[in-house]
Design a protein around this ligand. Structure first.
Ligand code: DG2
Length: 248
């Protein structure tokens, strides 16, 4: 049996302020740090021993992973970071308040920007100081791969090579791994793992710092998946994420 845990980072300061974040490198909120500790304690209590961990280039995911591994006394394991695990790029919505955008453009339009499979938000300007083209951390990434906006479909396209060439073979070899990443980059991976249709994927919402376990047989067929934690609490958290894009 192979086990893979997907973990969205703890609450970030922009999650708290209900702002579109995407590739903006914001920190965890105090609550987010607490959530990460809780997730680490839970994973330890459930007996996980990850051989390796993966995360994005964004500190809310990196710091969540560090807290989790520290709680598990697994600070020493190899951690691989990849820009391919970054959040969906939210284009020129980055920094704007989700509920305010719903007031201005309507709940339906915000739902399309947040959850449609193939509609990207309006792009950020390449010359924008916030664009990945101005950020030295992406200097090693080929220009044609750097996004100025992304749909979930675009996000899946850039994650897939990393899943196929790196994480999947590692999981088959090493047996137990964790990925700490983001609401939409993880929704993209889950879409692929569970073969969720383009029509059904909008209904999936991931709460912050709730571990989601995937179990595979030795031939890497998915045999089971479940969130770890109290199902009623998790349902309420998922509902709250869905409602972040509605008028207040
Ligand atoms: C959130 C997800 O990303 O937002 O970019 O605003 O997981 O890194 O906090 P994360 C963002 P929604 O798609 O749920 O609005």
């Amino acid at each position: 049996m192979k086990r893979l845990v997907l973990l969205r980072h703890g609450e970030s300061v922009w999650n708290k302020e209900n702002r579109f974040t995407g590739w903006t490198d914001v920190d965890l909120s105090e609550k987010g740090v607490e959530e990460a500790h809780k997730a680490g304690k839970l994973l330890r209590a459930e007996g996980f021993h990850f051989a390796k961990a993966y995360t994005s280039y964004l500190k809310r995911a990196v710091k969540t992973l560090n807290v989790v591994l520290d709680e598990m006394d697994l600070d020493w394991i190899p951690v691989e970071k990849s820009w391919r695990l970054n959040e969906k790029h939210y284009g020129d919505l980055q920094g704007l308040n989700k509920a305010e955008m719903a007031e201005k453009y309507g709940d339906e339009q915000v739902h399309i920007w947040r959850r449609s499979y193939d509609v990207p938000p309006h792009p950020m300007q390449k010359e924008d100081a916030r664009s990945p083209f101005s950020d030295p951390r992406y200097a090693g990434v080929a220009a044609e791969h750097l996004p100025l906006t992304e749909s979930l479909k675009d996000t899946v396209c850039r994650i897939l090579p990393y899943w196929e060439e790196v994480i999947r073979p590692d999981l088959q070899k090493q047996g137990e791994l964790i990925i700490a990443a983001h609401g939409n980059s993880l929704r993209g991976i889950i879409k692929v793992l569970k073969n969720i249709s383009d029509e059904d994927i909008p209904a999936l919402n991931l709460p912050t710092a709730v571990p989601y376990l995937f179990e595979f047989d030795d031939d890497m067929n998915l045999v089971a998946d479940r969130f770890l934690g109290d199902p009623d609490e998790i349902r309420a958290l998922q509902e709250a994420v869905a409602n972040q894009g509605k008028k207040k």
